[in-house]
Design a binder for this molecule. Structure first.
Ligand code: CMP
Length: 136
């Protein structure tokens, strides 16, 4: 079933010049880009996006990281897009993520792990509304 999912190419992806590499993997898989924007967010938007994590110990440095520079926000669409993107991203911790995945090949960090993908269709609709409220 065709689905949409919210993806962030986090500030480390932009800083390291990996936007083309990471975006290319999603495109090569066959997912369509239906919205895309380079933006720098403030702490309030980070809190909204990561609402389920704001009380966690790891959140303050994560908040500082995601607001530290421009990121690329995008909506991808395709068959089972939520699961497909999560599989391409790999495990949260880049040190443990399987080779062949974006994090497994390109990240050595649990926080600076290059990408975010919505974890369920419900999260995807919530996150897409936050990032692209005008997307039809
Ligand atoms: P993401 O998929 O965007 O969802 C929550 C983010 O929090 C995660 O990717 C990481 O960037 C970060 N994160 C999750 N767990 C930890 C952790 N234990 N330590 C540091 N950062 C974390």
């Amino acid at each position: 079933m065709s689905q949409r999912t919210l993806v962030l190419l986090k500030p480390d992806t932009v800083r390291r010049g990996l936007v083309g590499e990471v975006l290319g993997r999603f495109e090569a898989k066959g997912l369509s880009i239906v919205a895309m924007d380079l933006r720098t967010i403030d702490g309030e938007q980070a809190d909204q996006h990561y609402a389920e994590h704001v009380e966690r110990d790891f959140y303050p440095p994560l908040r500082a990281f995601v607001t530290s520079g421009p990121l690329v926000a995008l909506v991808l669409e395709g068959d089972e897009a939520v699961e497909v993107v999560r599989a391409l991203n790999g495990a949260t911790d880049g040190r443990k993520a399987a080779p062949g995945t974006i994090r497994g090949d390109l990240s050595l960090s649990n926080r600076e792990n290059l990408v975010h993908g919505s974890d369920s269709p419900e999260s995807a609709s919530r996150e897409i509304k936050i990032w692209f409220p005008d997307l039809p």
